[in-house]
Design a protein. Structure first.
Length: 66
């Protein structure tokens, strides 16, 4: 049984549905790539924003009171 005979037996509607599903999956995967890149960039920015500030240590040098 050849591929051509299998396609003819399956019918045109089944073949069109399979091609449509393949196209939908391909488009969704292509759309997901820039979204994943944006998510990684936002994650890197969040890590940068969450870092503690490097402040100089405050040493009190006041001379006695009264």
């Amino acid at each position: 049984m050849s591929t051509t005979s299998l396609i003819q037996r399956a019918g045109a509607v089944t073949l069109l549905v399979a091609l449509l599903l393949t196209l939908i999956v391909t488009v969704l995967r292509l759309v997901a790539l820039p979204l994943a890149a944006a998510a990684l960039a936002l994650d890197a920015l969040a890590d940068l924003a969450a870092r503690p500030l490097a402040l100089p240590s405050a040493t009190f040098q006041g001379g006695g009171g009264a």
